[in-house]
Design a protein around this ligand. Structure first.
Ligand code: FAD
Ligand code: DHB
Length: 389
C-alpha cells in the first residue's frame, strides 16, 4: 500500500488532520488500533475554544456543532466564601463552545466517510520505519497479516501511550514532566446541569467541576487520590462529595441520578521536544499532556493540526518544506503557554495532600484577587478562551 501521509491514530487529531488533507487533495491512510465504537465511547473533553470551532468549520464539520453546541460566555471559580464569574465575552469579546469530544469525533468520522478517506481499524503492532530517511514506511498487523504502507510523511496522532513518540531515538528528544498527586473522578449523568455555566470549585473538601453536555446531560468531576478505584465510588458517595465541594446554593438545588459513565483520569503535565524527527511529526497527546483543569488538551491537539496541515499540503503539493521545517518551533510556543495556564489553574484549584497551611492561603488570595481585579480576570479569560494561533 502507498499513500502520501500515513496517520497513526484515529482520535480527534488524526481524524481532523486527515480531513483537512483530504479536502486539499492530499491522500492519507489513518491506522487506528481500536474499533470506531471504542473511540466514540471515550468521554473526554467538553470545552472548545473559538479557534477550535473555526478549525472544525474549516474541516466541514461545523453544522451539527452550530445546532447542538452550547456557546458559553463565562464560567465561575469558587471557594468556600467567594463565587467569581469570569465574563469571557465582556473581557475578550469571545466565547467558548460546550460540545463533547465524542460529538467532534462522530462528526469527523462521518465527514471522512463522506469524502471516501481510508481509516483502518484494529491495526496491531504498528512500527514506523526509516522516518529519518526520504522513504519512510509503516508496518502493521491486520487480521493476522503483516502489511507495509509506504508514504512521504508520517503524522503521529496516537496519544500519550502510542508508538510514534517512542520511535524518536531517546537521544534526539527531551521530555519535561510533572505528575500531580491526585486524579479526577468523572461522572456523566442524565440530569439537568447544576448551573447554566461551568463551575470550577476549590473547596476545603477538594476540587470539583460542574460541567455539561446538554440541557439534560451533566458532566461532573471531583478530585480523588491516585490510589482510588472507580469501584470504591458508589453514585451516592460521588454525589455527596460533589455537593460538599460546590457552593451550597448550587448543591442544595441540583438534580442527581444514576451515573451512565464513571472513570478516573490521572493528572499530568508532559511535553516531548521536538515534535519532528525526519519525516515523522508528533501531534496532540502523542507529544504533550496537560492536566484537564484549563480544558486545553483537545484544543491543543487542534492547534497542532492547524500548524501542521497547511505545511504538509505545501510539502506534498509544491515540495515547499518551509512550513514543516517551522512546525515544531511554532507549535511548541503555543503548547508551553497552555502548559503554564493548565499548571496554574491546577495549582490554584486543588488541595495537595501534605501541603502546608500557606498553600491554602495562596489559593484563597488568588481567588480574592480575581474577584477584585478586572486585569486578573482578563488574563484568565484570555488564556481560557484560547491564545491566538
Ligand atoms: P487521543 O484522543 O488519545 O487519540 C489517539 C488515538 O490513537 C486513539 O484513538 C488510540 O486508540 C490510537 N492509538 C494509540 N496507540 C496506537 C497505536 N499504537 N497504533 C494505532 N493507533 C493507536 N481534555 C480536555 O480538554 N478536557 C477533559 O476533560 C479531558 N479529559 C480527559 C480524560 C482522559 C481519560 C484522557 C486520556 C484525556 C482527557 N482529555 C481532556 C484530553 C483530551 O481528551 C486529549 O487531549 C485529546 O483526546 C487528544 O487527542 P489526540 O487525538 O491527540 O489523542
Ligand atoms: C470539561 C472538562 C474539563 O477538563 C474542563 O476544564 C471543562 C469541562 C468537561 O468534560 O465538560
Amino acid at each position: 500500500m502507498k499513500t502520501e501521509v500515513a496517520i497513526i491514530g484515529g482520535g480527534p487529531s488524526g481524524l481532523l488532520l486527515s480531513q483537512l488533507l483530504n479536502q486539499a487533495g492530499v491522500a492519507t491512510v489513518v491506522l487506528e488500533r481500536s474499533s470506531r465504537d471504542h473511540v466514540l465511547s471515550r468521554i473526554r473533553a467538553g470545552v472548545l475554544e473559538a479557534g477550535t470551532v473555526d478549525m472544525l468549520r474549516e474541516a466541514g464539520v461545523g453544522e451539527r456543532m452550530a445546532r447542538e453546541g452550547i456557546p458559553h460566555e463565562g464560567c465561575y471559580l469558587t471557594d468556600d466564601d467567594l463565587m467569581v464569574r469570569i465574563n469571557f465575552e465582556e473581557l475578550t469579546g469571545t466565547s467558548v463552545m460546550v460540545y463533547g469530544q465524542t460529538e467532534v469525533t462522530t462528526d469527523l468520522y462521518k465527514a471522512q466517510d463522506a469524502i471516501g478517506a481510508t481509516i483502518i481499524h484494529g491495526v496491531e503492532d504498528v512500527v514506523i520505519q526509516d522516518a529519518d530517511s526520504n522513504a519512510p514506511y509503516v508496518e502493521y498487523t491486520l487480521d493476522g497479516a503483516r502489511t507495509r504502507l509506504d508514504c512521504a510523511y508520517v503524522a503521529g496522532c496516537d496519544g500519550f501511550h502510542g508508538v510514534s513518540r517512542k520511535t524518536i531515538p531517546a537521544d534526539k528528544r527531551r521530555e519535561f514532566e510533572r505528575v500531580y498527586p491526585f486524579g479526577w473522578l468523572g461522572v456523566l449523568s442524565r440530569t439537568k446541569p447544576a448551573h447554566e455555566e461551568l463551575i470550577y470549585a476549590n473547596s476545603s473538601n477538594g476540587f470539583a467541576l460542574a460541567s455539561m453536555r446538554s440541557e439534560t446531560l451533566s458532566r461532573y468531576y471531583v478530585q480523588v487520590p491516585l490510589t482510588d478505584k472507580v469501584e470504591e465510588w458508589s453514585d451516592e458517595r460521588f454525589w455527596a462529595t460533589l455537593k460538599s465541594c460546590l457552593p451550597s446554593g448550587v448543591a442544595d438545588t441540583m438534580q442527581t441520578g444514576p451515573s451512565i459513565e464513571k472513570s478516573i483520569a490521572p493528572l499530568r503535565s508532559f511535553v516531548s521536544e521536538p515534535l519532528r524527527w525526519g519525516r515523522l511529526f508528533l501531534v496532540g497527546d502523542a507529544a504533550h499532556i496537560v492536566p484537564p483543569t484549563g480544558a486545553k488538551g483537545l484544543n491543543l491537539a487542534v492547534s497542532d493540526v492547524h500548524y501542521l496541515y497547511q505545511a504538509l499540503i505545501d510539502a506534498v503539493k509544491k515540495g515547499d518544506t518551509a512550513g514543516i521545517d517551522a512546525y515544531s518551533e511554532r507549535a511548541l510556543l503555543r503548547i508551553w503557554k497552555a502548559m503554564r495556564f493548565s499548571w496554574q489553574m491546577t495549582t490554584m484549584l486543588h488541595h495537595f495532600d501534605g501541603e502546608d497551611i500557606f498553600a491554602a492561603q495562596m489559593r484563597k488570595s488568588t481567588l480574592r484577587h480575581l474577584s477584585q481585579s478586572e486585569t486578573a480576570r482578563r488574563d484568565l479569560a484570555e488564556n481560557y478562551i484560547g491564545l491566538p494561533f
